[in-house]
Design a protein around this ligand. Sequence first.
Ligand SMILES: Cc1cc2nc3c(=O)[nH]c(=O)nc-3n(C[C@H](O)[C@H](O)[C@H](O)COP(=O)(O)OP(=O)(O)OC[C@H]3O[C@@H](n4cnc5c(N)ncnc54)[C@H](O)[C@@H]3O)c2cc1C
Length: 388
Amino acid sequence: MSQLTLDQYALVEKARRFTWEHLVPLEQTLTQQEGIEPEQARTLMRLGQESRLFATNIDSKYGGVGLSTFENVLVQEQLGATKDVLIRRATGNIYECLTLGTAIQQERYLFPALKGERWCSLAVSEPEAGSDAASIKTCATKNDRGWVLNGRKMYISDAEYSDYFIVAAKTAPELGAKGISLFLVDKNVPGFSLGQRFNMMGFVGTSHNELILDQIHLDEDALLGEVNQGFQMLHQTLGKARLAKVSARGLGKCVRLLDLMMEHAKQRHQFGKPIVETGNIQYILADCAIEIRAARALLWETAKRMDSGESCREEISMLKVFVSELVGRVADHAVQIFGASGCHDGHLIESFYRDARLFRIIDGTSEVHRNIIANSLIKQGTPAVVDI
Ligand SMILES: Cc1cc2nc3c(=O)[nH]c(=O)nc-3n(C[C@H](O)[C@H](O)[C@H](O)COP(=O)(O)OP(=O)(O)OC[C@H]3O[C@@H](n4cnc5c(N)ncnc54)[C@H](O)[C@@H]3O)c2cc1C
């Protein structure tokens, strides 16, 4: 903490207090089918707004809190100690690409999102396009009144909760990744429906759905940004989100799990002594601490470099791989240290273990991010990627 200014330290404390006071107590209320009650979600949002922890990633010129990337990862690590759906409800889930919209689009989508009046999901994945997102089949065809959208999207987080969607669609199929555009699609337009609901093994308390987009007629101004620039816009804006929502929050989960393991290992006695006195358990705890500190060092360095204008593409991928795999290792150790008491339905350790497994899949799989790092190594050479 000594590397932080007093203001940054105060921000960390505020986020920590907020998490423990308002979010952690609700963890056990989340179930596969049920999220938090709508009234409770509104309360969380109001508390997040009052604490200036809502829309921390959005520039203050639009009405967000406008934290720097570094300040935002400090906050997100503290929030990350708890369940993702609670964090989303309390702090918003506002995609930065919405700031690239026209004044009318900002009025209709961004500003209501910043007030917590309208919620948004991002819809890219499809039945046959996951890692290879450029192979999406959803298509938007131009006509004299606007666009006609057809396709299917899969596993869209928060789909039942959201009011509108940022949908990736092909506008020039022959151009591959360079022929994809983003569209703002309201949930209530004719032709839009929610398809199958997938109960995921983790991240309970929200829905993951199929979206059916059947001959949806969209006005000209449903197009977000320039035509065929969708992928570029996502690449420009999703890096910071990946750093904050996956790496920083994942790190927060590792710290929480380490705390829980410590607490349990001190109070659980076997063979006449606390299990924390056994060497193997001490080594597990020490290894977790080493890896958490290493991950945080790379996270802070990357966030600071991004604030000074660097894109840090490889570092973001390194962190995505390292932290998502670290959460898995730490959660696995936690199950081992808790033994049977951490294995059963409804136990916090069991639910964090299930959440942890999803980290390696969401926001680009570990393999896809390793490909990015390896490609950069091959193209640019070692010094560019592993610089000093
Ligand atoms: C909880 C959850 C929430 C999600 N929310 C959303 C959402 O809100 N919006 C959205 O658009 N999507 C969402 N997704 C989908 C997510 O983006 C995809 O799951 C992810 O992109 C991986 O695609 P896939 O699951 O189809 O796996 P696939 O792409 O089919 O990959 C299967 C396996 O093959 C490997 N593989 C594939 N290609 C390569 C390669 N070239 N080299 C090496 N290995 C490779 C992968 O790494 C993986 O291990 C969500 C998924 C989950 C689990």
